[in-house]
Design a binder for this molecule. Sequence first.
Ligand code: FES
Length: 137
Amino acid sequence: MYNDKIMEHFMCPQNAYYMQDSDAEGEYGDEGCGDKVICYIKVRDNVLVEVSYLVYGCATSIACASMMSVMAKGKTIEEASKITEQMVDDALGGLPPLKKHCSNLGVGALKYAIADYNYRTNNYKPKPYIDTNKKQL
Ligand code: FES
């Protein structure tokens, strides 16, 4: 059912730890199965120098969170924001069809962590709403 790459990241997940001095964190869960991932990031000069996570979930969600952390570490905020569930799926060599949804958790938690970081570095102010349909005066 699982290929060697998935088994490797499930049996020896990388960067799986609580980061006490993180700059931001994000949590994402699946209401259907009850699993969730919390992602922690440390950012220096706009680069994710450290990415870790905790998982309460299935083997696939652990493998996907591990791969997400490997892919995100060393990337800029902008680059990491573009990581998708499909990219994680591909990097793991293809998830079994019934487990495709498990790739959402790690990527979702990363996106929330990045949103949390942007919020904190913007003095806790939400970004101003920009109405792109409004005509310029
Ligand atoms: Fe819930 Fe895999 S079954 S994330």
